[in-house]
Design a protein around this ligand. Sequence first.
Ligand code: FES
Length: 168
Amino acid sequence: MVDSTSTFDGFLGVRESIRLSDASSKSERSEDFLDEIQQAIIDEALETFSRRVVEEALNPKNLGRIENADGDGRVTGPCGDTIEIFLNVDHERISDVRFMTDGCGPTIASASVLTQLAKSNTIEEASMIEDRDILSVLGGLPAEHIHCPMLAINTLKEAIADYRRRKG
Ligand code: FES
């Protein structure tokens, strides 16, 4: 059986390398070809993951770093995936939140949803977000990815703890 999880995870990088190695005149055909591959991988991913997981993984919100953030946390899970979350806080309210990860599609989707849930909330409210809140937005995850939202939550907790430490 094809492992749709790893196919899904590797696709973004593959697409970018094909693009970079493609000369020019063939580029339109290559784009069509890549679109076909992308659609096939999305169809396959949808057999395992909800549409929201696939959408968030392919178009994550709040991806990136914040220079001189008010707080940041970095956590590596037992699976080896790492998430880093950056916070800016204004009067105890999260004015900006960004994340970076080297993780799988469901990890990207989990961190993306978490940042959307946390943004504009107070630090207190954000610290009460649970992994089940992310799972509920994502429409669930397969058992082998059930820890991805927890990694995102633990990273946010680290970022909040760092913010509180700095604030003193
Ligand atoms: S597989 Fe480990 S965090 Fe996603």
